[in-house]
Design a protein around this ligand. Structure first.
Ligand SMILES: C[S@@+](CC[C@H](N)C(=O)[O-])C[C@H]1O[C@@H](n2cnc3c(N)ncnc32)[C@H](O)[C@@H]1O
Length: 251
């Protein structure tokens, strides 16, 4: 019975609703996730942290838990600081900082944002025009960090890398979260970080696969064949790039 219902839903109702909402966009379809292992439901330390940051993020619990786990992985396997570009109200940044503080308290987490919204929207981005997500302030982020007693964080205001790279020059990194919504910013951040990322380090692109952030998807697709990197598309909306070798140069 359940199988039949599932088949009817998947074969008829889902494609129909997709057609009505999205039209026939090549390469896209609605994805129905069935009953599966959900480790975020039983991970107490994660849930405690998520409870504190959830009102300060646009990122859902699935991607938040993946960030949490990937930061933990990089703490085991490599060295360097951590960085997020695209902070908004600080939710994912505080989550990353909390997980890092549990394993590598001496390491700094840099949180970079213009605090005046998205920049560098261009012809590769079909929805973003620039200026989105400016409904935040540094004060909001700093308030969250203070309440969570996170002292391993530095907030950098300005367009990254142009305005604030000098404040992190000379450092290497184990983890980078790029959550900037558009092609040109994603490219500029990735090109800056790649040669500063330790082998075994991880770059997570948010927005990969979301129709409204097609610029990010195009950029990640353009670097997939790069040497010294392994790229994974997780259906939750993350592209995860692991540095596998000391190869320089990015597209
Ligand atoms: C979707 S929001 C980030 C969401 C956040 N990670 C969360 O937890 O909800 C995107 C942010 O990226 C910032 N941004 C985009 N391009 C940037 C750049 N090149 N440098 C600094 N900030 C940038 C915008 O100001 C905006 O706050």
């Amino acid at each position: 019975m359940i199988r039949t219902l599932y088949r009817v839903f998947n074969s008829y109702l889902l494609p129909l609703s997709q057609k009505i909402v999205y039209g026939d966009r090549p390469g896209f379809e609605s994805l129905l996730l069935v009953f599966r292992y959900a480790p975020w439901r039983t991970d107490r330390e994660f849930l405690d942290t998520y409870g504190k940051i959830k009102d300060f993020t646009m990122v859902d619990i699935y991607r938040c838990h993946e960030l949490w786990q990937l930061v933990g992985e990089t703490c085991k396997h490599t060295s360097g600081d951590l960085i997020e570009v695209g902070v908004w109200r600080g939710g994912t940044g505080a989550l990353i900082a909390k997980r890092a503080s549990m394993s590598i308290p001496g390491q700094t987490v840099f949180l970079c944002d213009t605090f005046s919204g998205v920049v560098k929207a261009g012809k590769e981005d079909s929805k973003y025009k620039g200026g989105e997500h400016q409904d935040t302030t540094e004060k909001i982020v700093e308030g969250l960090l203070t309440r969570m007693e996170l002292s391993n964080v530095k907030v950098l205001r300005g367009v990254f890398p142009e305005d604030t790279q000098s404040l992190v020059e000379g450092r290497t990194f184990r983890f980078c979260h790029i959550d900037v919504d558009v092609f040109n910013s994603a490219r500029d951040v990735f090109q800056w970080i790649w040669n500063r990322l330790e082998v075994g380090g991880i770059v997570v692109f948010d927005d990969y696969g979301f129709g409204q952030c097609d610029g990010v998807m195009k950029y990640v697709n353009s670097i997939r064949a790069m040497d010294g990197a392994m790229t994974v598309y997780n259906l939750n909306g993350h592209a995860i790039v692991v540095k596998t070798g000391p190869v320089s140069g990015t597209k």
